[in-house]
Each structure stands twice: as C-alpha cells, then as structure tokens.
Write a protein that binds this ligand. Structure first.
Ligand code: PMM
Length: 284
C-alpha cells in the first residue's frame, strides 16, 4: 500500500509537473499528444526539478469536449507505463474510473480526480482497490467535464470548499480509501471567480492546518493572467509563469504539500528558496 508520505518531500513542498496528452488543454494542449514528445517532456520536467508528473489525457478547460473513454485510458496508461518503467513517479489526472484503473495497472502512484470522485460512481472503489494516494479536488458544478462559468458557492467560497472537501473525504473513507492516502485540493479556477481564488489562497493557512496534505494548482490560470492584463502587458497563459512561481513560493512558505505546475524550473527554485528561508541555511 502506497501512502501520501511516500510521495512527500521531507523538507519542502513537492513539485508536480504537468504533461497533458490532450489535444485541447488551455495552455499546452496538443503539444505533447505524441507519446515520444510526452515522454521527452516528462524527462525534461524531472531534470528541471519535478518530483512527479501529472498525466492528463482529458482537458477540463471551459468548452472542452470529453474524450472517448477508451482513448483517454489508453493515452494515459501508455505514458504512465513508460514513465513508471523509467522510475518516474506519476499521477493520473482523470475523472473516469476506467482510466484510473488502467493507470493503476500501468503503475501510477496517485489518482488525481478534479471531481473529487463525484463524476464517476465507480471512482471511489477503484481508488480504494488501487491502494495508492488520491487527490480529491473541489469543483462545484452541475456537469463535470466543463469548467465554464462561476458556480454559486453559497455566499462564502472558503466555507463551501471546507464543507465539500470534508464530504469528499467521508465518501472516500467510506469506500475504503485510507486516511493517510488522501490529499485535498481547493480547485483554483474550477467554476470560481478570481475573487474566489484569492479568497481561497488567503485561507490557505487554514487548509494547510487541517488533517490532510494540500495540493495547490494555480499554474497559468486566468486569475493569474489578469495581473498582467491589468497593467496592459502580454497576458497569455505562459505569461503567468512568474505569477505562478510567486504562488508557489507563498504556498511553500505556508506549508502546502505540493504544487501542480507547467513550468517546473521556476517553481522548483521557489520551493527551494522557501525551504532555505525556513531553515535559515543553504543547500550545500
Ligand atoms: N487544474 C487543472 C487540471 N487538473 N488537478 C488538480 N489536482 N488541481 C488543479 O488545480 C488542476 C488539476 C487544469 O489545468 P490544466 O488544463 O493546465 O491541466
């Protein structure tokens, strides 16, 4: 049985590099769809300091159409098998139990479900049977698969995320997932306004002080591109890499378990800075 502690970095925040083998992810879609390119990109991210690779084979970007289940499972499992044989730790970013199952058979180390297990009635059982860590993310939506729009979080987004994550944890525990296999994620950008995202980041210390390790996924999201847009600068997803690294540094200082990022090098620098800062000593 693999536990979250097996993936935890002893003295610092864990850096998860993203490789999306999709045709339409909002920032890197289409680029890594060929297996060789995806494998090479994953190796590059590891060389730059990623601790594990999050493999996504279905985009959740607003307006995305869902990938045929068999194709998603095959794309994800093929890449995961290749990486796992090369000794690279992986997670699978999926809302489908069949894909999670295929990934588990291919040697994946963690199941990362942006629906928190709610999109597929078989997911919690697959998670429990796989006996590996799971990341349960907050996403309030009537229809999983499309992150468009801003959901009604009942007045206080922080309260809603706390309450919903608690419910997801209960679901997972009831299905047999172990307590020390659960990571939680507030789900930045998923049906949330920029104000919602900032409120959640402001509340990050509360989340980190809770019972479960916290993963932060801010990378290249629109609320970060808005910072440069407000100053009239270029503000494509890639232009948000510096803001992403700033979120990483602050999340690391607050004690987040991990960050999920596209541009690994700067975020790894940021977590190393936070670690050295905390210790008051260097890395030699
Ligand atoms: N964001 C995206 C996809 N998967 N998983 C977790 N746990 N947390 C996130 O914030 C998250 C995620 C969307 O970003 P992408 O399309 O660039 O992968």
């Amino acid at each position: 049985m693999v536990k979250v502690s097996d993936l935890t970095q002893p003295d610092r925040t864990m850096v998860m590099g993203i490789v999306n083998v999709t045709t339409d992810s909002f920032s890197d879609g289409g680029k890594w769809v060929e297996l060789d390119a995806a494998v090479a990109h994953a190796h590059e991210l590891i060389a730059l300091g990623a601790d594990m690779i999050d493999v996504g084979a279905e985009s959740t970007r607003p307006g995305a159409t869902r990938v045929v289940p068999e194709l998603e499972a095959e794309r994800a499992a093929t890449l995961i098998k290749e990486l796992s044989q090369a000794g690279i730790r992986t997670s699978v970013d999926t809302m489908r139990a069949t894909t999670a199952q295929a990934a588990a058979e291919a040697g994946v180390d963690m199941i990362n479900d942006v629906s928190g297990g709610l999109a597929d009635e078989n997911m919690y059982k697959v998670m429990a049977d796989a006996a590996i860590p799971v990341c349960l993310m907050h996403w309030r939506t009537v229809q999983f698969g499309d992150a468009a729009g801003v959901a009604d979080h009942g007045g206080d987004v922080v309260d809603d995320v706390h309450a919903t994550l608690n419910r997801l944890v209960d679901n997972a525990l009831d299905a047999g997932v172990e307590h020390d296999q659960i990571v939680l994620d507030p789900g930045l950008g998923f049906a949330k306004s920029a104000a919602d995202n900032w409120a959640l980041l402001q509340a990050l210390p509360e989340f980190v002080a809770g019972e479960f390790p916290i993963l932060v996924g801010a990378s290249r999201k629109r609320f970060l591109t808005e910072i440069r847009a407000a100053r009239g600068l270029d503000h494509g997803p890639i232009d948000a890499d510096a803001a992403t690294a700033a979120v990483t540094a602050l999340s690391a200082q607050i004690g987040a378990w991990g960050v999920r990022v596209h541009e690994v090098a700067v975020s790894r620098d940021a977590v190393d800075v936070a670690a050295a800062w905390k210790k008051g000593k260097d890395f030699s």
